[in-house]
Design a protein around this ligand. Structure first.
Ligand SMILES: *[C@@H]1O[C@H](CO)[C@@H](O)[C@H](O)[C@H]1NC(C)=O
Ligand SMILES: *[C@@H]1O[C@H](CO)[C@@H](O)[C@H](O)[C@H]1NC(C)=O
Ligand SMILES: *[C@@H]1O[C@H](CO)[C@@H](O)[C@H](O)[C@H]1NC(C)=O
Ligand SMILES: *[C@@H]1O[C@H](CO)[C@@H](O)[C@H](O)[C@H]1NC(C)=O
Ligand SMILES: *[C@@H]1O[C@H](CO)[C@@H](O)[C@H](O)[C@H]1NC(C)=O
Length: 528
């Protein structure tokens, strides 16, 4: 994955590796979302659940708070809620002085049958497949020659359950270039997503031809030798580039006999309507071990995985049971990721989201539910039929709130969070009864001067069943994630409010809203 603008290497700055204890209380520091202690982060990489541990790797610049020196940062968790920082897993080769290889995005699998032959001493090799980026071009230890700025697919393995990694220098890159007909795309060929396909008994890897909006499918029996077998795309939204593709099966409507395949793809720029910059779409279809074919209904309109501005490079964990899917997504946007006012880190991940597939309005739709700490404290509860603006007892910078309500007279209804005492600063999370859309309005949310497109309102279609609407909002120190209905639409947006903007209100515009039920509590920090 690449920023759309050029990059500059940040050289010779800080130390890197194991991270010392941090307060995690700086202005805007997320309290229950993953952030690196310091420096730049973008896409999640190599998500894998192995031996009871969740591993989160991520695009990381060990030398600064903007993109550069791309390496794989690493964190582990036992519960997907509390994360422990680990040393950098794959450090840009030559860092910091003369970088000869960066480690761009990719994925990881457990090679339980030792098909790669990397296993020793009875340990299961974990194998990561990633994009090698060679800024200088050079001859490699494998004898292969790569061009300056070339991208190619390589592998690395771990024999200690993911804690340390060895690059496969004898054979890298294992996919040195795209097929001959796409030879001119050698600089736009990236983000391999690898998985085991049980029915065909093969490894499958999907690589993006970013500028051509194509996914190339490869198969292998040993993770080292790859054969190009099919392609998918362009289809639906194309945008500037397609990046970070992945596909996985999910049962439709809980029916294990009816497995569908979901392809999720990042677009940059070219996000959902009203979003400037990045976004993520998905397709539902079938996969036979060779070709992905999207269902006709899935091609009728673009399916957005999230309708907000801060949701890119969604990736799911490998190593979970077939019917269990959990995504983590980069909670930023290339439009302004390098300019957001956080220090000494940049960017956060979304909370992990459990995925399922259900028929909604006749179309197979991905549902998302957040994985957050179960709250033991008694929630604030509130029920009534308010009109106008009503101050709530609920206060705080990190909240988990669920609202349900029914249409009566109002045109808009919802929750105001992170409001200042005079309400000049506020973020609105609400529902427009007229257009039947869920929205997040960050036009007055706080600091926004770093990007001209930031102060906007974002909308997601959400039909009301029997006039009854439900949504859940996760508010953290610098973000809101909203899950509409059963999670068939979500909206994710960063906000940068003042530290003392902690009030919450209900708003009901042009009349009352009936049957309002609110349940909310503060979310404690997961970093202590
Ligand atoms: C994995 O395969 C390699 C190469 O065949 C072999 O040397 C090694 O013993 C195997 N390891 C395990 C754990 O089976
Ligand atoms: C395998 O185990 C032996 C004995 O514990 C150890 O000496 C050797 O270094 C191990 N090899 C690898 C590649 O980890
Ligand atoms: C609001 O706060 C007051 C004071 O803590 C408390 O007595 C009251 O029960 C709260 N109301 C609700 C609806 O939670
Ligand atoms: C967005 O919210 C602000 C107040 O925070 C309000 O003035 C404005 O009208 C809202 N915009 C839309 C389109 O709802
Ligand atoms: C609306 O739906 C939610 C979730 O299904 C439910 O908890 C709530 O009681 C419903 N409210 C009304 C007024 O039907």
């Amino acid at each position: 994955m690449l920023p759309s603008a050029g990059y500059a290497l940040a050289l010779g700055l800080c130390a890197f590796g194991a991270v010392s204890a941090q307060s995690y209380t700086e202005l805007y520091r997320p309290q229950f979302h993953f952030t690196p202690a310091k420096n730049w982060m973008n896409d999640p990489n190599g998500l894998i659940y192995h031996n009871d541990v969740y591993h989160l790797f991520y695009q990381y610049n060990p030398g600064g708070t903007t993109w550069g020196a791309m390496s794989w940062g690493h964190a582990t968790s036992k519960d997907l809620i509390h994360w422990e920082h680990q040393p950098v897993a794959l450090l840009a080769r030559g860092f910091p002085d003369a970088i000869t290889e960066m480690f761009f995005s990719g994925t990881a699998v457990a090679d339980v049958d030792n098909t790669s032959g990397f296993g020793t001493n009875g340990s299961t090799p974990l194998v990561a497949m990633y994009t090698s980026y060679y800024p200088q071009g050079q001859e490699l230890p494998s004898g292969k020659t790569v061009a300056a700025n070339q991208q190619a697919q390589s592998i690395a393995y771990s024999l200690d359950d993911g804690m340390t990694w060895t690059t496969y220098d004898a054979g890298n890159p294992v996919i040195a270039e795209p097929p001959a007909e796409y030879a001119d795309q050698i600089l736009e060929f990236r983000d391999p997503s690898v998985f085991w396909h049980q029915e065909s008994g093969k490894w499958v890897s999907i690589v993006s031809l970013a500028k051509l909006h194509k996914l190339l499918f490869y198969t292998s029996t040993d993770l080292k030798t790859w054969k190009f077998v099919s392609e998918f795309g362009p289809a639906n939204a194309v945008g500037g580039v397609w990046e970070c593709p992945s596909i996985f099966p999910l049962p439709l409507d809980g029916d294990d006999q009816n497995l569908k395949w979901v392809a999720q793809i990042g677009l940059n720029p070219g996000g959902p309507p009203g979003v400037t910059g990045s976004g993520t779409q998905y397709f539902v279809g079938s996969f036979d071990g060779t070709s992905f074919i999207a269902d006709p209904e899935s091609l009728e309109q673009t399916n957005w995985l999230d309708y907000g501005p801060d949701f890119y490079a969604a990736l799911s964990f490998s190593g979970l049971p077939t019917d269990e899917r959990i995504d983590i997504t980069w909670m930023s946007n290339w439009q302004y990721a390098a300019a957001i006012p956080t220090d000494p880190w940049r960017s956060s991940m979304t909370v992990p989201r459990k995925l399922s597939l259900a028929t909604v309005n006749g179309i197979a739709t991905v549902l998302q539910q957040p994985i957050v700490q179960e709250q033991t404290s008694t929630p604030w509860r509130w029920s009534s039929s308010p009109a106008g603006v009503t101050k709530l007892n609920v206060t705080g910078k990190a909240l988990d709130a669920t609202l349900s309500f029914s249409k009566s007279e109002a045109t808009d209804f919802g929750l105001i969070v992170r409001a200042s005492a005079d309400m000049s600063q506020q973020t609105r999370i609400g529902y427009d009864f007229t257009t039947q859309e869920l929205f997040v309005n960050r036009t007055s949310s706080g600091e926004a001067g770093f990007d001209g497109s930031f102060s906007s309102v974002y909308y997601a279609p959400l039909a009301s069943n029997d006039g009854n609407i439900t949504f859940r909002a996760l508010v953290d120190w610098s973000s809101v994630e909203v899950f509409g209905g059963d999670g068939e639409v979500t909206l994710t947006a960063q906000i940068f409010p003042s530290d003392d903007s902690v009030d919450a209100y209900l708003f009901s515009t042009d009349g009352s809203t009936s049957g309002v039920e609110l349940r909310a509590h503060q979310v404690p920090s997961t970093w202590n």
